[in-house]
Design a protein around this ligand. Sequence first.
Ligand code: HEM
Length: 510
Amino acid sequence: MARLHFGNVISRDQTTRNSPAFVPSWITILFTISVPLIIALGYLLRVGYLHRSKINALRKQGIPMPKEWSWFTGHLLTLQKYVDQIPPDANVNLAMKDLAREYAETEVFLMDFWPVYPPLLMVYSPEAAIQVSTKYNLPKTDMHLRFIKPITGGPNVISMSDNEWKTWRSLFNPGFSTAVMMDNVPHIVDSVQVYCEILKEKAGKANHAFRDADLDYQRSENVLATALGYITRWYSFWDPRILMHPLRPFIQKYYGHVMNKYIRNELDHQFLEIKQEKLSNENSIHSKRAKSVITLALEACVAENQDKNITAMTKLDDDFARYATYQIRLFLFAGNDTTSKTLSLYPPAATMRSGRAGIAVTDRHGNTYPMDHVDATTLHSAVHNNPRVWPRPDKFLPERFLVEPDHELYPNPAAYRPFEQGLRNRIGQTLVYNEMRILMIMTARVIDIKPAYDEWDALKEKEVGLFARVVRKFAGEPIKTVHGDRAYQTKKVGTHPANGYPCHVDIVKQ
Ligand code: HEM
């Protein structure tokens, strides 16, 4: 039976092969692969054509944009000539700021970065920025989640829009009230005290140039801070060397998992404590607990489940715990990586908002920029450096914030927006100001900090190899400053100063 069956198969095969209708298998494979490819390519070309046609129409309407626009690459190559003028590790926003200066007349212009980014209205006029953030309060773009997901693990209060955002924002708002921030002051003082001690230990040593990385996490290792450190080290908004690195997704996923596990344990632990308190009739989590973001998230969970008996719940709802974890990861990142910057000269963040049919931004001359097909970003570095509204914008003049409104230095409130403005402004503003003030008071009176870039560069120069020296002969000396500033902002998340700000520390008063 088996032989007969085998024989039958062979003869059927042969019949097929000899038949004129037989198509060789490689042609079938080629056909199977190429048809979907051609369809996909056709689809992409159509989407690309439709997109570029819309931008071309805006171009014809006279919307200001760099003239190098092309049907194939849009403005993708335009920024390169500005990027070439800054050090390789400098933040791309600094190149964008230079480009923006060419649009001083309108302070609004369009960049077509599609398909890498959506096409963006670049706004650095305070009047137009207010329309984006406050008048229309445009929703966040999908890019927010794409950018921040490696750090937070999922949707969070920065990336969310509309009702979802409202729910989470109102949940965390009480945790950042002025009263809670005042309660927090002793913790800040304790931590700054540790920072000062470390500075004093570094002072007066033979080689006392040090970098901010040395101070990370203060005295001891912390699982969350270490994991977050790895995730942010492998993070970039635009650097292809990082974005296309094959290890990046794995490393970020692994450390994301470490953070999730740690936070989930903490949530479960605190949930059990709340349950215990309820059981022992200490119905007072609101008054007794410090309002950490974890406590706030749990309070919301308890409030949401008022109909259920919390003491009967064996564990936290998994979906709730997952979303709360994304938010907590966001707060850890925001609190860890952005504080203590000279915010007006070096704004570390910005905003990107989604366009909407029927909405148009108007520049100071009354020209309108329809947002039916384009999103908008407020270029904080350029707004803060706008010479029309900031006299001597490059100068460090802290008195700008002390003078009366009739003084020429008095800042236009809409032009100072390191924390953004409107309903989507930064939640931790009071916390940041408290931290900065306490840090300044406790350090500036007793410790003298001076930049040590000359020494740093001399040290690094000794390490340059023969090959690099030969390359320099042809390519020229590397650029080390941005408009004369050696402590320029780098592309490290949080825009840390170049080389971690090597400096000398001296104790001026015990
Ligand atoms: C110098 C320090 C900081 C700066 C310059 C800063 C800047 C900003 C900016 C510009 C935004 C708007 C982002 C956007 O529209 O996409 C923002 C949003 C936000 N920031 Fe910060 N931030 C800082 C520190 C903090 C801290 C310490 C926290 C909390 C611990 C925090 C939590 C948030 C949150 C939750 C949002 C989202 C607000 C919302 O959309 O409702 N930030 N921040």
